[in-house]
Design a protein around this ligand. Structure first.
Ligand code: COA
Length: 334
């Protein structure tokens, strides 16, 4: 939806919404959830109620479509957005996953010895994810649509090489020790660019990059060229099991880094996981580029009658503690 202004019908605000069925992390319960994203009002028209009008209209559309809940994600420091949703529309601060960012260097990174990386076909991945994320929050029932999307670059599993002869990835039966993730190419949807840095910062970053390109064997942790437009690979469906899980996840992330290095214009590999998720410590990232709290706020839209509300599991989701199985971050929401 857009907000138009004046006879010229200038577009001064925009908002997007989508609806899907997701798990709530409790007893395989599924509900209809609206995701509100992309809210932006032009700087000259802020604080005039345009943002509120856009949210109000989008919420009405979501209700008409039968959504039970709506949620938004924002940076925990974005006070205008938090005030708008929590104070004016009664959203509740719900979850705060962590965003981990790994820059793509000019050299390849070595993958741990004794580890094999195997590509998993989409139909097997769907089965594996339904099993692994059965008790997670926000797992979409249309996972097959995500996995068959052209932005999905594939699902990969890291396993100890010694397990390979006894394991057939086509069966969907999981080995004792493994790490799994899927890669989403956001580069084809949007690009980012860093502006306004000092000449010194620019020179240091570009200098380290040149050196890294000329002498890759030095393995300098160089900064990518983020001053021209660049894209990112988004990792989702991250999960690991077994005693070697953490090492396998690190190797898998290294594998994706090397994939991104081969893709011109890919500047970073990004993952978003819940703070309690054990994979969090296994994902390589730069602290200065990452942020601890991406704030997710939620609201119940469905008008349930008294009594009906008490009986419904839906009424409990906002108050329920985070599921120990973590959250599934849908790459389409990025
Ligand atoms: C957030 C944003 C969409 C608000 O749009 P807006 O049209 O200015 O918002 P409204 O005029 O409808 O304001 C509604 C309420 O939001 C809150 N709010 C808006 N701007 C605020 C600010 N700068 N500081 C604190 N609260 C603010 C207030 O509660 C405000 O009510 P009030 O004016 O009665 O105090 C706008 O600032 C924007 O485009 N920001 C950049 C993009 C962005 O951060 N998008 C949000 C992603 S979730």
């Amino acid at each position: 939806m857009v907000a138009e202004y004046g006879e010229a019908r200038d577009i001064i605000g925009v908002i997007r919404g989508c609806i899907k069925h997701v798990t709530t992390g409790h007893s395989h319960h599924v509900l209809k959830l609206a995701y509100i994203l992309g809210l932006r009002v032009s700087t000259n028209h802020r604080r005039l109620g345009v943002g509120m009008k856009l949210v109000k209209h989008l919420e009405e559309w979501c209700k008409q479509k039968g959504a039970d809940y709506a949620y938004i994600a924002t940076d925990c420091a974005n006070q205008p957005c938090i005030n708008l949703f929590t104070q004016k529309f009664s959203y509740t601060k719900f979850r705060s996953p962590t965003v981990l960012v790994q820059p793509v260097h000019a050299h390849y990174k070595p993958i741990g010895s004794g580890i094999a990386i195997v590509r998993i076909p989409p139909h097997v991945t769907a089965k594996v994810y339904r099993h692994l994320f059965a008790n997670a929050e926000f797992f979409p029932t249309d996972i097959d649509a995500i996995l068959s999307n052209k932005l999905n670059l594939g699902t990969f599993m890291a396993v100890p090489k010694k397990l390979l002869p006894k394991w057939n990835p086509e069966t969907g039966i999981l080995p004792q020790s493994f790490a799994i993730l899927s890669v989403w190419n956001t580069k084809e949807v949007f690009k980012l660019q860093v502006k306004g840095v000092s000449k010194l910062t620019y020179a240091c970053c570009m200098g380290s990059r040149l050196l890294d390109s000329w002498l890759p064997w030095l393995r300098l942790p160089s900064f990518p060229d983020v001053f021209s437009q660049f894209g990112v690979y988004f990792l989702y469906g991250l999960s690991m099991r077994g005693t070697n899980g953490s090492r396998l996840m690190k190797s898998l992330c290294t594998f994706v880094h090397n994939m991104a290095k081969d893709d011109v214009g890919c500047g970073a590999v990004v993952a978003e996981v819940s703070q309690q998720d054990p994979v969090r410590v296994a994902i390589p990232h730069w602290k200065r580029l990452s942020w601890n709290e991406d704030l997710w706020c939620i609201k119940k839209l469905a008008d349930l009658q008294e009594g009906e509300c008490e009986r419904s599991e839906m009424s409990d989701w906002i108050k329920s503690p985070p599921s120990s199985a973590g959250i599934f971050v849908d790459p389409r929401d990025i």
